[in-house]
Design a protein around this ligand. Structure first.
Ligand code: PMP
Length: 360
């Protein structure tokens, strides 16, 4: 045997770089507005309840292989049937699972710009990617329906898009989404990671549209990004198929307890969402007052269109220890920064740093 084992690693997949985004290790005083997290930590009483329940669990026992309690809590919360719910280690893991569950060499249609992980997961699973640029109309981005349908081609096809869109914050028009659901010749996955902020979901149509699945997360409105809990709503058939690829314990007992406790207090998420909406409006008004174009947003983040002022603004924000997401390298988002809506003090600091960066 040689010293250096010949590991059968797969070759790197072109275009599917390691997902790092703009993760920056926390520094003292740093304000994270780069990952669209909830502005504040989970309520202290809910954290205490989770910790208490974790202390009562036998940790040497494996978790429930079906994550039944978590799925039942999600069924109660969403009103969707239990058999049509899959849970995973964040929506990200469900996106990967989905890509490996569908037929090899499926044509995966994406819009540009959109959430980077969709394309990366599709490439890693060996699918054919077709990217269709969003069209800019006034203060929002809209879907190129014809382009998307044509991109599907003749073989098996899957369309995945975030609604509202990340990073633009745009909410696609109901009529356009209807057209896609009616006419796209394949499966459609709506990534509704920010649905609590937009108040818009296609969940009611799952019963009548077998080609539709919806992704959600507890990382945003539920302030549990660190716990990694995502879920998918679809038909029982769809869930059976995606769960063929499910790891033996889709969520740990700890994740399950965190989800159950937080879902038992939906009013906390509702308050958080309302507070974010108020701050989002204030942040956008502040940006516009500084002469920065920003599109209407339906998420917990806003897109700031800075064009050639982007590098100077980015430098000023970093100087003020404000981490934001530089999306200037994404097709369709050149010259833009994505700013998560933070707590009021963070947003004040963001606006002040922006003003400095703009030379004001
Ligand atoms: N979908 C979209 C559109 C997102 O923006 C994100 C997180 N940034 C995710 C999915 C991933 O969510 P999770 O934390 O549950 O993996």
């Amino acid at each position: 045997m040689s010293d250096t084992a010949d590991w059968p690693w797969s070759a790197p997949v072109a275009g599917a770089a390691v997902y790092r985004t703009s993760y920056v290790p926390k520094t003292l005083g740093e304000i994270k507005l780069n990952h669209n997290e909830a502005p504040d930590d989970l309520d202290a009483d809910l954290k205490a309840e989770i910790l208490l329940r974790l202390g009562q669990l036998p940790w040497h026992r494996y978790a429930d292989p079906d994550a039944s309690r978590t799925c039942e809590a999600l069924a109660r919360h969403t009103g969707h049937l239990r058999a049509g719910i899959a849970v995973g280690h964040g929506a990200n893991e469900l996106i990967s699972r989905l890509m490996f569950a569908i037929a090899p060499a499926t044509t995966v249609v994406l819009v540009d710009p959109d959430y980077y992980v969709h394309g990366r997961a599709a490439l890693l699973a060996g699918h054919k990617l077709r990217r269709v640029a969003l069209l800019r109309r006034d203060d929002k981005f809209i879907l190129d329906i014809q382009g998307i349908i044509e991109a599907a081609g003749a073989g098996p096809a899957l369309l995945i898009l975030s609604q509202p869109n990340n990073p633009t914050g745009s909410l696609f028009d109901a009529v356009a989404v209807d057209q896609l659901l009616d006419q796209f010749p394949g499966a459609v996955v709506l990534d509704e990671a920010y649905a609590e902020f937009s108040g818009v979901t296609r969940q009611a149509e799952l019963a009548t549209r077998p080609n539709l699945a919806i992704l959600r997360t507890m990382s945003k409105a539920f302030a549990l990004a660190g716990a990694r809990i995502g879920y998918l709503l679809a038909s029982p058939e769809f869930v059976t198929n995606i769960n063929k690829l499910q790891p033996p314990y889709p969520v740990s007992e700890w994740q399950g307890v965190a989800a159950e406790v937080v879902l038992a207090h939906p009013e906390r998420a509702a308050q958080r969402v309302e507070a974010v909406r108020v701050e989002r409006q204030r942040l956008q008004a502040g940006l516009r007052a500084l002469g920065v174009e920003t599109l209407d947003s339906y998420g917990n983040f806003v897109l700031a269109v800075l064009a050639q002022r982007r590098p100077a603004v980015l430098a000023a924000l970093l100087q003020a220890e404000l981490a934001v997401r530089d999306v200037g390298d994404l097709p369709g988002a050149a010259g833009c920064l994505r700013l998560s809506v933070g707590a009021p003090a963070a947003n004040d600091r963001l606006l002040a740093a922006l003003q400095a960066g703009l030379g004001g």
